[in-house]
Design a binder for this molecule. Structure first.
Ligand SMILES: [Fe+2]
Length: 262
């Protein structure tokens, strides 16, 4: 058996539990997804929380996130999304379960978390400093397979409105990744939907939110009826991996048809 990772993304929690995002109680759906993760994947090796952790960047929202993710009982590594405030999040997400490191080794794998959030902007960008750190991390462990994760999508996922809000400098990111054949997985959140493609030997993967889902292939903002969920990954020593998405089986939410944004 390989190393097991869970990706929990785009939780969009509020300071007041019970507050809703376009009619969806993000706190309740987050707790239900954590319950499901605990049942189906007990004792994973690590959790990746990949941004948009709070909708309102408030301390109580991050505290609720901490209380929920701690139930999984594994170290949690995190990155901010466009809705987050990094320093407020860091104040709430502390030891023993929350880890400040933005890279770590797990068996024969290295995981590198990149900050793509740009304060005041919905779209993302990986700074020169982050790109240099990525290069250093990958160069330091050429014998490890690598999984790289960030919040924003580095490739278009096929929705016009959402792809205008992706990663601004994806070429620069791929410029680094393409120099390292040991990078197997590039993983992100932000798009609130499952997506998978390949770029040479690199698998490009996105995952559902624990709350609202965006409809794949839509020109304009559109909510999908797919249920909230999370992604699991099992990383094998030889560089292969297995992955899948698990969604809540029972979930009642009537999408607000008139919504034009979130
Ligand atoms: Fe999000």
């Amino acid at each position: 058996m390989g190393m097991r990772l869970l990706q929990i993304t785009d939780t969009h929690l509020f300071s007041n539990g019970g507050e809703t995002l376009l009619g969806l109680d993000t706190g309740a759906s987050f707790q239900s997804v954590v319950d499901l993760a605990c049942r189906e994947f007990p004792a994973p090796d690590a959790v990746l929380a990949t941004g948009d952790l709070a909708q309102d960047a408030s301390l109580p929202a991050y505290r609720d996130l901490a209380a929920g993710l701690e139930r999984i009982g594994a170290p949690v590594y995190w990155i901010p999304g466009n809705h987050d405030d990094q320093s407020v999040a860091a104040a709430a997400l502390s030891d023993p379960f929350f880890r400040p490191e933005r890279s770590f080794l797990l068996g024969r794998w290295q995981v590198v978390l990149l900050d793509s959030a740009v304060p005041g902007h919905v779209g993302g960008r990986v700074s020169e400093r982050e790109l240099e750190r990525l290069e250093r991390c990958l160069a330091a462990h050429p014998g490890h397979h690598a999984l790289v994760t960030l919040h924003h999508q580095p490739v278009p996922v096929g929705s016009r409105w959402l792809d205008a809000l992706g990663l601004d400098n994806a070429e620069a990111l791929f410029g680094v990744l393409d120099r390292h054949a040991n990078v197997r997985v590039l993983l992100w959140g932000h798009v609130h939907q499952e997506y998978r493609d390949r770029r040479g030997g690199l698998e490009l993967i996105s995952s559902p939110s624990t709350c609202l889902q965006f409809r794949p292939g839509s020109r304009d903002f559109s909510i999908d009826e797919a249920h909230p969920g999370f992604r699991w990954l099992e990383l094998h020593d030889d560089g292969r991996f297995d992955t899948g998405v698990v969604r809540l089986r029972e979930f009642v939410y009537i999408p607000d048809k008139g919504a034009v944004g979130y």
